[in-house]
Design a protein around this ligand. Structure first.
Ligand code: NDP
Length: 241
């Protein structure tokens, strides 16, 4: 019987590529999203992957969302915590609201989603939790104190939980993408992208969402059973840890 995978923010950008790659690898996939109904509808039409709307920032909604997915598809074996947002500002201009929204989604959202699936994974003695962090959580980024803090927090969470899950057959890993060609990155000013960002990337190009998706498929597989608590840096050589 095929395993069930839930991808948060799984209808657009990197998350959509992850949902599709997992489906192509034989998993039953559910894709969560926050509010863009049109994108979700188009995604289901194109891929046949069912979508589920709730905010990962809302704990009760996550508990209910997990219940809905499990009722429809079966127990969740693979959780990909991919949903993420930016609210960039230099720190002296950053509002408490910008701080809170990013922490609530990018860090607390990972707790909110992992907590309801964890007991089932422990009982079944199998699980894969894959957290999509960021290069900016590893190296820090001016204008992103909120985002860098949340994404660095995701890495600490990954390492701690890997230790708790190890004996229960659950692996917990993180992927730190560099600049990937999605709407989040396309929103960056063209001139800034060409003159300041691309020169920092040794391979000389942005990454593709599918390149992150292939890392996820590997970490989800039985072949990756001995890998836990680790971070895959997929950034075109921009930063080495
Ligand atoms: P996109 O903005 O293209 O897509 C974000 C997805 O997350 C959408 O499906 C969106 O739903 C969903 N989402 C946002 N907030 C919530 C929420 N509160 N609850 C549920 N779903 C939510 O992002 P990317 O594909 O670029 O990024 C995906 C992940 O990769 C993020 O965690 C990001 O931080 C990380 N990352 C991205 C990089 C890049 O270069 N693009 C680099 C490093 C890391 P909806 O469609 O409804 O808005």
């Amino acid at each position: 019987m095929s395993r069930v995978a839930l991808v948060t923010g799984g209808t657009r950008g990197i998350g959509a590529a992850i949902s599709i790659a997992l489906k192509n690898a034989g998993y039953k996939v559910a894709a969560n999203y926050a509010g863009n109904d049109a994108a979700a509808e188009a995604f289901t039409k194109e891929t046949g992957i069912p979508t589920y709307k709730w905010s990962v920032a809302d704990y009760d909604a996550c508990v209910d969302g997990v219940r809905r997915v499990e009722t429809d598809l079966g127990p969740i074996d693979i959780l990909v915590n991919n949903a993420g947002i930016t609210r960039d500002a230099m720190f002296h201009k950053m509002t408490p609201q910008q701080w809170k929204e990013v922490i609530d989604t990018n860090l607390t959202g990972v707790f909110n989603m992992t907590h309801p699936v964890w007991p089932g994974m422990r009982e079944r003695k199998f699980g894969r939790v894959i957290n999509i962090s960021s290069i900016n959580g590893q190296k820090g980024q001016a204008g992103q104190a909120n985002y860098s803090a949340a994404k660095a927090g995701d890495l600490g969470f990954t390492k701690a939980l890997a230790q708790e899950g190890a004996r229960a057959g659950i692996t917990v890993n993180a992927i730190c993408p560099g600049y990937i060609a999605t709407e989040m990155v396309k929103a960056i000013d063209e001139k800034v992208l060409k003159e300041r960002i691309l020169p920092q990337i040794p391979v000389g190009r942005l990454g593709e969402p599918e390149e992150i998706a292939r890392c996820v498929v590997f970490l989800a597989s039985d072949d990756a059973g001995f890998i836990t608590g680790s971070t895959i840096s997929a950034n075109g050589g921009q930063y080495f840890v």
